[in-house]
Design a protein around this ligand. Sequence first.
Ligand SMILES: Cc1cc2nc3c(=O)[nH]c(=O)nc-3n(C[C@H](O)[C@H](O)[C@H](O)COP(=O)(O)OP(=O)(O)OC[C@H]3O[C@@H](n4cnc5c(N)ncnc54)[C@H](O)[C@@H]3O)c2cc1C
Length: 459
Amino acid sequence: MSRHFDAIIIGTGQAGPSLAARFAAAGMTVAIIERHKFGGTCVNTGCIPTKTLVASAYAAHVARRGAEYGFVGNGDVRVDMKRVKARKDEVSGRSNKGVEEWLLGLKNCTVIQGHARFQSPHTVVVNDEVLQADKVFINVGGRASVPAMPGIHEAPFLTNSSMMDIDFLPEHLVIVGGSYVGLEFGQMYRRFGSEVTIVEKGPRPIGREDEDVSDAVREILEMEGIGIRTNAKCISLSKRDSRIAVGMECDEGPPEVVGTHVLLAVGRTPNTDDLGLDRAGVATDQRGYIIVDDQLQTNVPGIWALGDCNGRGAFTHTSYNDYEIVADNLLDSAHRRVSDRIQAYALFTDPPLGRCGMTDAEVRKSGRAALVTKLPMSAVNRAVEKGETQGFIKISVDAETKHIMGAAILGIGGDEVVHVLLDVMYARAPYTVVQRAMHIHPTVAEYLPTVFSKLEPFP
Ligand SMILES: Cc1cc2nc3c(=O)[nH]c(=O)nc-3n(C[C@H](O)[C@H](O)[C@H](O)COP(=O)(O)OP(=O)(O)OC[C@H]3O[C@@H](n4cnc5c(N)ncnc54)[C@H](O)[C@@H]3O)c2cc1C
């Protein structure tokens, strides 16, 4: 006996629930399947809990700087990790509950809890129940990668998921991986009071960013007392009594660092290995990402893949944008495409890094004649007033069309201000639109016209 639906959605990450709601509202019958927590990574172990923790860490950091701002607190700020975790659980739990209640309340939508596997292209089995649909949408997300490094089976380690259960202060947290997740956790735990060492195998942290961006972020973290070890070759783990040694054979410094806890933050693996994709005939690339076209259709007609599992983005907003593309195309014949979107994301260290469009390396590779401009945050009044002057604004533009090619705003409000530029890029308008606009004083954004007045040929 099988049940038939118009659409089956596997996973309740950032695309699945909205897709279910939109289809159900359009009168389609929908089954949505979740094997673990409603809301997926962002809600339970990613953006929402980590940004809630970042907020606690920021508050502790500012409290420590009280004397600079003219108030006397107890200089010795100690963090109550049980309370920090409870606050995080409350915020993240509310979101998780919200997604669950939303889905359960949808007319035309059947919510099933369990692990879904394809039996054939249009048949999915969950808890021995057989479901069928002409259209199947895969939104299974990813999990922390656990590489086969020496000692991985002997020494205990944490991932972004198990970090969510921590309600104590690790004495010395060693983070393997100096990319976005590693840096956010690193600064957060340093501010909570842990000793923190970040071990990165590349020559610099956040290696995909421009060198000046990555150097400035490194300097900010090092000034807070975070140890950063780069060029770590052959990373290994080994137990050392109650501690864990992370071997690295770096060019400089001791060949290992011994901490009390290790966090692995070395990338993500798509949850596609136990989905029965072979039975459906859905093709993946060598790393397990589902191959999709510009409208997110897989190689099998009637099967789409959205979110992190398709390798076309690794953010909540890219997953949500995937949902919009698929829903608009199917319901409104909108002809939306993944290639129409402009790269944008943020690193939520403090200060944050807001990024849109191309990096310097990508600008260079484009072969376009480009201009670039850079202004230190110390020149921005609002940053000075707030006593947060680290970082800079950097923007590159096409010399001929005057279109913005890319920007990095590392500094206070950088994650918000970058949207001024992003929206102008979407409007396909020249940078002069921003330059001639009247902005509000005193803000960081009001400096964008000044930044544009200093454009120079790209080096
Ligand atoms: C520590 C961390 C911080 C992050 N911070 C940010 C941030 O600040 N901003 C940002 O934009 N992005 C951030 N991200 C990335 C963001 O969380 C993801 O890009 C986002 O969650 C998109 O996920 P998704 O929709 O692809 O699926 P997910 O959210 O991963 O959800 C997939 C769901 O599918 C379920 N599932 C998997 N397999 C099956 C199966 N076979 N049957 C049934 N259910 C299944 C899973 O249980 C899960 O609930 C962060 C990620 C991490 C790890």
